[in-house]
Unconditional design. Sequence first.
Length: 263
Amino acid sequence: MNTRKTALHSTLKTLPDTYRGFNLKRIFTAASYRLLPGACLLCGLSAGHDIDLCSACEQGLPRLGLHCDICANPLNTVGICGRCLNQRPTFSTVQTPLLYQYPVDLLLQHFKFSGQLAAGKVLSQLLARHIKEKTEREKCPLPDLLIPVPLHWKKRFFRGFNQCEIITRELSAQLHVNYSRYTIKRITNTPAQHHLSRKERQRIPGNTFVAGRASQLLHEARVALVDDVLTTGSTVEALSRTLIKEGAKSVEVWLLARTPLDN
Ligand SMILES: [Zn+2]
Ligand SMILES: [Zn+2]
């Protein structure tokens, strides 16, 4: 594990370390990633297929096993968790292939806080593949519209990007489903979720999200809301309520990874 962790750190360190605004570093990151694919992000060996992970590292990723049919909380059995039985969420289901554990947590942190696009792209590709396999297996249609979880404009400005938009763009390209970041907007700047206790995270003010300038796209649409990682689910619940109120027919949630509810 330590060797893999060291390999991951050194591989990621070789990439540019920030991604803020429109600058040369950002262009270089995108261009070099396009031109020089093929090394596994975790061990540095040849990836050898359409994703920057070798087969061994990909097989070693922490997969979501048995889980709640609605919120994807890991369970020991099939069915619906107590929390969803108590209070049924507004969204119909949560789809994700991975658990938020090493090395997924490290990849996601490098993507989100250091702007490592390659890490974000790999995780988005794994999610796209999971969705493709599910829709083919269950013969269910893809949604009409993908919507990234919005950041408050101040947070987006200071971070330089919204990681959920980058994931959504990749999913849209892979699955050929339209996306829009203007159907809904966040008007309250809530503190970063990972700094808060679970109780605090569950308190999302009712007026956090409102319709955006393209909210007419929501009319009768089957929507997939795209987030990076789900913890308590209070943000996606608040968003789902607003999307339904603004005319969406149904909302499902797509995530890069799922944190167990009790963590
Ligand atoms: Zn590898
Ligand atoms: Zn549940």
